[in-house]
Ligand binder design. Sequence first.
Ligand SMILES: CC(C)(COP(=O)(O)OP(=O)(O)OC[C@H]1O[C@@H](n2cnc3c(N)ncnc32)[C@H](O)[C@@H]1OP(=O)(O)O)[C@@H](O)C(=O)NCCC(=O)NCCS
Length: 196
Amino acid sequence: MKRRVSDGYPLIQDESKASQRVSSIPPLINRGTYWAMFKWTWRQYHPMEDIAWLKQMFRQELDLRPPSLAKIGENSILMHDESGIPIAHAALSNRWGNFEINSVVVDPNHRGRGLTHKLLKQCGGESLFSYTRDVRLQSTLLKAGFERRLYPGLLPLLNIGISRIAMLFWMMFTLEFRRIFHQFRHLLNYKLFIRP
Ligand SMILES: CC(C)(COP(=O)(O)OP(=O)(O)OC[C@H]1O[C@@H](n2cnc3c(N)ncnc32)[C@H](O)[C@@H]1OP(=O)(O)O)[C@@H](O)C(=O)NCCC(=O)NCCS
C-alpha cells in the first residue's frame, strides 16, 4: 500500500514526480489579475467605501450639501484611482427639463490634475447648468463650452428654489448651522453657468 506524507512516511518516488509536474504548470491568472479581481469583487459588495468617502468630502467642504444627504445613484459620476479608491465625484439632478451639475468634488490629494475636465466630459453632451463660486470649476466650465448667465429658466429656477428651501430646513433640523452660515455668507458669489 502506498503511504502519504501525512502518515509520517516519506513520499514514494512516483508521487513526488507527480507533484513536481503539477508545480511546473503556469498559473492560469497571475497575482496582479487575481488581486484586481478581488478588489473589483470587494467593491461590488462594499459600496459603503464610496459613500463613506463622499460623506467625508461633503463634511470637509461647506459649499456642498450636508453629508447626511450624500448618495450615489444612477446620476452620480464617481471616479476611482487605479487601486479602486474614490477620488472625484459629480452628480446630475433633474431640474424639470434641464440637468444641474452639483456636488462636484475632487479629493484634496488629487486636486490640480485636471480631474474636473474628466468629470465634465462624463456628464454628457446634453443641456446642463451649474451654480458654483469656485474659480477652478468656473474655468473648467467655460472651457467645456458653458456660458455665464443670470437666469436658468422658469421651471429649473422653481425646482432649485424648492429643493434649496427643503435643504435649508434639513440643515436646520440636522444642526448644520456652520454650513448654513457659510452658504449664506457667500450667496452672492455663486455664479450660474449654462451650456444651452
Ligand atoms: C473645484 C474642484 C472640484 C476643482 O478640482 P481641481 O482638481 O482642483 O481642478 P483641476 O485641476 O481640474 O483644474 C481646473 C482648472 O482650474 C484652473 N485653475 C486653477 N486655479 C485657478 C485659479 N486660481 N483661477 C482660475 N483658474 C484656476 C486650472 O488651470 C484648471 O484649468 P486647466 O486644466 O485648463 O489648466 C476642487 O477644488 C474641489 O473639490 N473643491 C471643493 C469642492 C467645491 O468647492 N466644489 C465646487 C462647488 S460645486
